[in-house]
Design a protein. Structure first.
Length: 214
């Protein structure tokens, strides 16, 4: 990919991320305006949702880095984190407005509630790989390659497991998973434990890299 094409892609992702966040904020205002309306329990009304900051800040930093150093993976990881944050935020606000505030299902509301239920897994996974590859875009050493592959398998497999687990959707408990496979065990809690364990390992990798630095 040429530098010009990379710059166009990076700033296009930036525009898309900010568009998703802006639409989510519009729906947030509509949700707040409804009497007695409570947002998702992990987004208290007293606080500014962190996805807004992540969607704007990470996509901006990623676009600046990727447009100037398109061969460096860190910039693209920042872009991806910002984009996924935008998807996470908009899907949650749209589903909240349609399924909980309006008490009626708008087109695609259940699908977006479903997307919101599992998108946090790759979202955290991107942070994990950011820690693993920061700052030079490489793993701390060759011995970390198997760890990187394990991380990738757990994150991709975990997202698929959560997406197909039967039962209520996380954050939208009155709504059942429209794509849940009956007969499969619900391993959402196990996936969350594994993903957060990977996060701790990734933090350890940062200190391991720092210890060997000169």
């Amino acid at each position: 990919m040429s530098r010009r094409a990379a710059a166009r892609l990076a700033w296009s992702l930036w525009v898309l991320s900010l568009t998703l966040v802006s639409l989510g904020l519009l729906l947030l205002i509509l949700n707040w305006s409804r009497a007695g309306m409570h947002l998702l329990e992990y987004w208290p009304e007293d606080y500014w949702p962190e996805e807004v900051f992540v969607g704007v800040a990470f996509s901006t930093v990623g676009a600046v880095i990727a447009s100037r150093h398109h061969e460096h993976p860190i910039g693209w990881i920042f872009c991806a984190i910002g984009l996924v944050a935008g998807v996470d935020y908009l899907s949650a606000q749209y589903a909240t407005y349609s399924l909980l505030a309006q008490r009626a299902s708008a087109p695609g509301s259940e699908v977006l509630a479903w997307v919101n239920s599992w998108v946090s897994v790759p979202h955290i996974g991107l942070y994990v790989f950011l820690a693993l590859l920061f700052p030079d875009g490489r793993l701390p050493s060759a011995r970390w390659r198997p760890v990187g592959w394990v991380f990738a398998v757990v994150i991709v497999g975990g997202a698929a497991i959560v997406a197909l687990s039967p039962g209520p959707l996380s954050g939208f408990e009155p709504i059942g998973n429209p794509f849940g496979v009956e007969g499969l065990p619900n391993l959402t809690a196990l996936v969350e434990t594994l993903v957060y364990t990977l996060t701790l390992v990734a933090v350890v990798s940062v200190f391991a890299r720092l210890r060997r630095s000169r």
